[in-house]
Write a protein that binds this ligand. Structure first.
Ligand code: MLT
Length: 263
């Protein structure tokens, strides 16, 4: 792990391996540890950069509202601070995917290939926005316990929940330990995010879309449709996995990533 200053904040980031940079953007409300199996395997062939986003994990928070665009700009600044000036491969899961769309939109010259895991392109409807806003208020008032109870069963496939209890428990602990202020900021940021659907036909760089077969948060069919709308994309379904496909079935995910990235 590295601690690196980006602007006024101190960031916690894994910077491991040599080769083409591969930036891994974690989902909500987690941290870089959700990429543990990708870091371990892919750092043999790539320079893996896996930060804790602002306010998450061990990175500082300045308690400011955060849009997906703010997170994308943070990552561009982080790459500069790490002396990465050539275009990078970006892989984002769920909220990390929302940030990856914004990164493409705002910093296209810094991006060479895009990997989207268990995410969507469409913005929230009004009902989802309202739920996010009330969840943000509740987490500030009551803390993270209720959110862990609500989210953990939805993040994983039934088989993962039954058979990989250490992994599920580690994820629960990350969620429970996340700063409620950062959680609320990200919930409000997701509620306000741009709809990336119209951007899809304009994305001409190669893209890989992965989705766990039993993902109940982001249905696999929706990701397949996103892939069909993009000009240079591949779609892969990950078996024995729900929303946390890279953590639940790292073998299948890493194989798809390696095939796509040519390693
Ligand atoms: C995530 O895994 O990042 C979240 O499920 C994203 C969301 O709530 O839309």
């Amino acid at each position: 792990m590295k601690n690196i200053n980006v602007g006024e904040l101190r960031w916690n980031v894994v910077d491991q391996g040599v080769g083409q940079p591969l930036l891994l953007i974690h989902g909500f409300p987690l941290d870089h540890t959700m990429w543990q199996f990708q870091i371990e395997d892919l750092s043999r062939d790539f320079r893996i950069i896996a930060p804790d986003l602002r306010g998450f994990g061990a990175s500082d928070s300045n308690d400011a509202p955060m849009s997906m665009a703010d997170f994308a700009d943070d990552l561009a600044r982080l790459l500069t601070a790490l002396d990465v000036d050539s275009p990078v491969n970006i892989c984002g899961l769920s909220m990390g995917g929302y940030i990856a769309w914004e990164f493409w939109h705002r910093h296209p010259q810094r991006l060479s290939r895009l990997i989207l895991c268990d995410t969507r392109a469409a913005a929230d409807n009004t009902e989802t926005q309202n739920t996010r806003r009330s969840t943000a208020e509740r987490v500030l008032r009551d803390g993270t316990d209720f959110l862990a109870r609500m989210m953990i069963p939805k993040l994983f496939d039934q088989e993962t929940l039954a058979q990989k209890s250490a992994l599920v428990e580690a994820t629960r602990q990350v969620l429970l330990g996340t700063n409620p202020v950062a959680i609320a900021a990200a919930l409000n940021g997701m509620a306000e995010r741009e709809d990336a659907t119209d951007w899809l036909p304009e994305i001409r760089i190669p893209a890989l879309l992965l989705c766990g077969v039993s993902d109940s948060i982001t249905p696999a069919e929706e990701m397949q449709q996103i892939a069909e709308t993009m000009s240079d994309s591949q779609y892969v379904t990950i078996p024995q996995a729900g929303h946390m496909a890279p953590l639940e079935n790292p073998r299948a995910c890493n194989r798809a990533l390696r095939d796509f990235l040519g390693a």
